[in-house]
Design a protein around this ligand. Structure first.
Ligand code: NAD
Length: 487
């Protein structure tokens, strides 16, 4: 190992190593080289973070929301000056291209700004009538868990909404992609966030989640990751009745109707699908195409996939980098083998690239048996299935066939088709004639096995608040937003 990079824990305003647990290794997915270390928290480090967060609660929750918001906006300005170096670090850890990493940071900055600039408005009392008000209060200490696919945007979303709402946070960021958490927390530290309000830890994920959620001081759990782990955390949270925001997996369909512009649909799908090597919860993964245009569509999609330049993430010509870790490559191998064993045809890709690094070729499968695992398990990689359909009923049935319900997409200009599809697709988000992901101003939520609770926008902000109903006969409560917040 080179040992040149080491990312530390941030507890109670201080950067430091884990007190007893051994450091973890950092692997570059493009070269498979070990290039640094990440500190791991022990139980006593977590206890210290819990104490620090609790101790900071009163001061932070009572600080005027406008000041909390201003601090986030200033942190966004600091982060802006570090984007080049932070994006390079993210690309090296995660495998996404430099240009993808830069645009992820742009969205992270936007998110810090959005929550910062809405803090005062969303923390103000909401009058219901002359005598009745809703007074939003910070919900308490937050335990946040973020994954390795979009660490900058996801850390920024969870941190900025919780902090703006007045909640201290203990963030457990992904061990494989620690730098985004470090850069964002450093920016907050630079603008003067008080000690204990933000704590950043890494380590053994099950140990950390059990320890943090075992504390009744934690009032909100926010997690982005797999459905399996989300359910484990929800069970832990049940013990202390901690509120859960669970943004879990997806298996998004795209339905392409006969009247669709084939070229437009193909370029939108290939553009969005192969971003971050397909490791996005909203990425399209099952394409359903009206039979009369099926062959023409498939030929164009295969051509588009074959034109994706796969290579080193720091090469400006590269369109798609490696997968983030060896587990994803193993998953691609397993899903492909299973589908082929059940009769699927590999139209393109279907194999690891013959070079160092976790590279998997953009893959398109057809004739996939309904029982094949790829049609039920979130692929989370550069892999698509394509199938024809004959009627809109058949398309809706196939689109809604998985247990997930995160995002669905379709292409058609027909008003009747649009109305029917919007009303019938079982998903938290629908995009028509383009593919659109999350944004700072809109709630993003899955249904069914994709989770519950909202992240983003007003609803995402409210996840970190308790809404207290205050009835006052007289005199009228003039400024309920400045009430003392009880602990
Ligand atoms: P995983 O489910 O083990 O881990 C996913 C994330 O959850 C990682 O960041 C991990 O550190 C964290 N995690 C795991 N166990 C945890 C625990 N007990 N407590 C707290 N955090 C925990 O799987 P993986 O191999 O890292 O990722 C593969 C799968 O995860 C994918 O197939 C995909 O379904 C899902 N995933 C989803 C998203 C998303 O954006 N919804 C992001 C990343 C991964």
């Amino acid at each position: 190992m080179s040992g040149e990079i080491k990312y530390n824990l941030f507890i109670n305003g201080t950067w430091r190593s884990g007190s007893t647990a051994a450091d973890l290794a950092l692997i570059n997915p493009a070269t498979e080289e070990d290039f640094g270390r990440v500190a791991a928290a022990s139980a006593s480090d977590l206890d210290e973070a819990l104490r620090a967060a609790q101790d900071s609660y009163l001061g932070w929750s009572r600080r005027p929301a406008i000041q909390r918001g201003e601090l986030l906006i200033r942190a966004a300005r600091v982060l802006e000056t570090k984007v080049e170096v932070a994006a390079a670090a993210l690309s090296r850890e995660q495998g996404k291209t430099l240009s993808e990493a830069r645009s992820e940071y742009a969205r992270a900055i936007e998110t810090l700004e959005w929550n910062g600039s809405h803090a005062a408005e969303l923390c103000a009392a909401i009058p219901l009538s002359e005598k009745r008000n809703i007074v939003p209060e910070p919900a308490g200490v937050v335990a946040a868990f973020t994954p390795w696919n979009y660490p900058a945007i996801l850390n920024a979303r969870k941190l900025s909404a919780a902090l703006a709402a007045g909640c201290p946070v203990i963030l457990k960021a992904a061990e494989e992609t620690p730098s985004a958490g470090v850069y964002i927390v450093e920016a907050l530290q630079e603008v003067g966030i008080p000690p204990g309000v933000v704590n950043l830890v890494f380590g053994n994920p099950p140990m950390i989640s059990e320890h943090l959620l075992g504390s009744p001081a934690v009032r909100v759990l926010t997690f982005t990751g797999s459905t399996l782990v989300g359910k484990q955390l929800a069970k832990l949270a049940a013990e202390n009745l901690q509120r859960c925001v669970l943004e879990l997996g997806g298996h998004s369909p795209v339905v392409v109707f006969e009247d669709a512009d084939i070229s437009k649909a193909v370029s939108a799908i290939s553009e969005y699908k192969f971003e971050c090597a397909g490791q996005s919860c909203n990425a399209p993964s099952r394409i359903l195409v009206a039979r009369p245009i099926y062959q023409a569509f498939l030929a164009k999609l295969v051509e588009a996939a074959e034109n994706i330049r796969v290579g080193a993430p720091d090469d400006s010509e590269t369109k798609m980098g490696p997968m983030a870790n060896v587990r994803r490559v193993a998953a691609m191998e397993r899903l492909t083998r299973d589908a082929v064993d059940r009769g699927a045809k590999v139209e393109t890709g279907g194999a690891r690239l013959n070079q160092r690094g976790y590279y998997w070729a953009p893959t398109i499968l057809t004739d996939v048996h309904p029982d094949a695992r790829i049609l039920h398990e979130e692929p989370f990689g550069p892999m698509l299935t394509v199938a024809p359909f004959d009627t809109i009923d058949e398309a809706i049935r196939a689109a809604n066939t998985t247990e997930y319900g995160l995002a669905s997409y379709f292409f058609s200009d027909s008003a009747d088709v649009q109305k029917r599809m919007i009303g019938s697709l079982s998903a938290g988000a629908i995009s028509v004639n383009y593919l659109r992901g999350v944004s700072a101003d809109a709630p993003n939520a899955g249904i069914n096995q994709s989770g519950y609770g909202y992240e983003g926008g007003v609803e995402g902000f409210r996840a970190f608040q308790n809404l207290k109903l205050v009835n006052v006969a007289s005199p009228r409560l003039l400024d309920p937003g400045r009430q003392e917040v009880p602990r």
